[in-house]
Design a protein around this ligand. Structure first.
Ligand SMILES: Cc1cc2nc3c(=O)[nH]c(=O)nc-3n(C[C@H](O)[C@H](O)[C@H](O)COP(=O)(O)OP(=O)(O)OC[C@H]3O[C@@H](n4cnc5c(N)ncnc54)[C@H](O)[C@@H]3O)c2cc1C
Length: 251
């Protein structure tokens, strides 16, 4: 006779947190920072990860966003405004003080390793918040390369990075339309010697191309944080559903 498996403890429900928009600030023509605050932040447990993200509620659906920074009673999220399509982008573009922001989280688990010989970052505008936070978390003597693709000069932002980390901005529009761009730049670069830790996130097909390059270079899985943050021509619901199918899997 087989013993029935023990009852699994119920999945811990992440609390839903509701804040009020305090202010918005356009960082570039397509990137707007929304700062929100409120006593709901008492339920926000900072996991310390540089890529911590929340699931923002828009009615029945959610959209996933990096927390650019969080303080006791406030947090900031930088939204790419990518036209009139979608929920989150248009919401952020029109957000006003007093608007409600409801989310659960945070998730995420990237911690830049101070023991790595150097750091490789790659991403598009959607990953600038996570890459910006990771750059700030590096030790002052860290070395590395960061490949960042944005639409044009006006989308380049100031990122505080250790002196030894070179930022290389690539310009291409519309976002995600050249999935080989980042991978080709990474492949053509002079890699620094030693063990690299890689953080690459952004449009799904671009990430697949980068995955092939870093695999070819022998970066082991444990030194690689790589995933699609969005997919060209797909909204987040479809993109997340496809992640479970071969078409959407990066590996
Ligand atoms: C862990 C994680 C962290 C993320 N952090 C951030 C973040 O900090 N800031 C951020 O802006 N995004 C971030 N994203 C990406 C964001 O969740 C997606 O871009 C999401 O699809 C936006 O939702 P939406 O309602 O605006 O558009 P959707 O309704 O999902 O999509 C509508 C259309 O817009 C297109 N689209 C979606 N995103 C973009 C884009 N960035 N550029 C151009 N076209 C796009 C889609 O392909 C689709 O055609 C993150 C994603 C993940 C998984």
């Amino acid at each position: 006779m087989t013993t029935p498996p023990p009852d699994r403890p119920p999945r811990k429900q992440r609390p839903q947190i509701t804040l009020s928009v305090e202010s918005t600030q356009w960082l570039t023509p397509h990137l707007v920072r929304v700062v929100a605050n409120g006593p709901g932040m008492a339920d926000f447990t900072d996991n310390g990860a540089s890529d911590k993200y929340v699931k923002i509620r828009f009615g029945d659906v959610t959209r996933t966003y990096t927390v650019r920074w969080a303080e006791a009673e406030r947090l900031a999220i930088d939204f790419v405004v990518h036209g009139d399509e979608g929920l989150a982008g248009p919401w952020a573009a029109n957000a006003k003080p007093g608007d409600t922001l409801t989310f659960s989280g945070p998730g995420g688990g990237y911690f830049p390793d101070p023991e790595a010989d150097w750091h490789l970052f790659a991403g598009d505008a959607s990953a600038l918040p996570a890459i910006g936070a990771a750059l700030e978390a590096l030790p002052a003597d860290a070395a590395g390369l960061a490949f960042l693709v944005v639409e044009d000069e006006s989308e380049v932002i100031d990122l505080a990075a250790p002196h030894g980390v070179r930022l290389k901005w690539l310009l291409h529009a519309p976002p995600g339309s050249d999935p080989a761009l980042l991978a080709a730049a990474i492949d053509a670069a002079d890699w620094l010697p030693g063990r690299t830790q890689v953080f690459a996130h952004g449009e799904r097909e671009s990430m697949k191309a980068i995955r092939a390059v870093v695999k070819e270079r022998g970066v082991p899985r444990e030194d690689l944080s790589l995933s699609g943050y969005w997919a060209y021509g797909r909204n987040e619901d479809r993109f997340q559903a496809e992640k479970r199918d071969p078409i959407g899997k990066i590996d």
